[in-house]
Write a protein of this length. Sequence first.
Length: 541
Amino acid sequence: MNDTSAQTLARPNTIDPITLEVLRNALESIADEMGAVLKRTSFSPNIKERMDASCAIFDVEAQLVAQAEHVPVHLGSMLRAVSATVAAVGGVGEGDVVIVNDPFTGGSHLPDITVVAPVFAEHRHIGYVATRAHHADVGGMEPGSMPGKSQETYQEGLIIPAVRLYRRGELQEDVLRMILANVRTPEERRGDLNAQLAALRIGEQRLQELAQRYSADLLTAGFDAILDYAERRMRRRLAEFRPGTYRAEDFMDDDGHGDEPVRVSVAVTVSPERLVLDYSGSSPQTLGNINAVAPMTYSASFFAIKILTDPEIPVNAGTFRSVELRIPEGSFLASKPPAAVCAGNTETTQRIADTVLKACAQFAPDRVPAASQGTMNTIAIGGHDPRAKGPGGRPYSYIETIGHPVQHDQHDEHAGRSAGDHLSASGRALRVARGLVRGREASRRERPHPLNPHSRPYRAGVVAMRAPPLRALRAAWRRRRQARPQRRLARRRHGRGGAGQGEPVASGRRDYHRRDAGRRRLGPRVTSLRCRGTRSRSRPA
């Protein structure tokens, strides 16, 4: 047990349980309201339809206190990213807003722009509010800022180090102009940034109201008590597991440039007081863009541990005090600049979560859900909309993660979903993504190419899309060579118990059609296509 955990367990809880629960739920509702404001005021369908964004509240030490149930891969990385962001600017004052998307500070890929603001009440600093949203384009060598052949971060888009977008309440116009000058859709980016700022303002206002009602002293003491409460609940769950060391490995098909599989190796050591995840033996940093920065690995690991333990435990910094990660620096799970990382957030995190769950199935088979497809099936499309007035039409950028057919799992209705007999019609991307596939109406209104994810073929695992002349179509998917492990779900309805490792199931398949070239099978790696009149079809083999 480390010194922080020992002090935490010895620290008395001076807040009565009822007040503590009221505060905890009030903070979570503030994060939910921030998300609602962000969704309702954003410009891009990627946020207002898919809700590829997250909102959270932090204490004065930049420890996560409350989160809304948005995108797990965002908030897991924000556990460590907000403190790094604040440190990078040398501290913040009242009225400041910091913006960042640098993966090696913010902990995500470049399209995920994070804004952070301090909150003051009773003339003192009491915490931070933060939002992170996936912007449909931040520049780079291809529309969508998810290039298939990137080898350096510089090729993936504009890198925004941690800088003040607002200073003492005044907008830094030069910073904003610099950002908008380097993206393909500046008005959409301006609108989405304003939506993130609006979410911060509502979070700041609600926290100040809470401090006025209960006092700033009680509120900040409540932050500490909430973290301690989550830690105690996690430790109780960990004590239920059989001590020992359990190993697992899995592979990425390749890095997008070579043909060699890329190894994810983990050893999970269980003890009554700690859970240690050691990623020694994982492959070194790669030339391609499947590299992850350490916060991405933390995020996917914590996601898997949350599934394993108790979905009702509040997710905050205290939840994972008893979980230790050992990630070899310079591996593709903790890459160094200027590594390309755009697919690390979408593909590698999926594989990390699957590998951790594979190890955990050895000591907690009844708690491990079925394996996901293991990929986000990302599609990025860009060009000019001929429907818009003016020469050449209006530039647009479109990004989608195509959900695999899913069914609900008993253990965790949000995270534990898999292909099965009863398919979901919602078109939700799985595992660490949890984003919604946007509706047909939104696609027709915003983009010149209709996407129909809710048709019957989709329910069979097929997505069809017709597009007019494109500038670029980029697709990223995995599990084309490496078959995923089949795990049986514990479902009373089918009379099956236990979730053990079974035989590998078939990998997936992706085709696209061109008028002038007919059908072509897409390969296993991240792919970029420059084409005209393309129809893309996605389905399991």
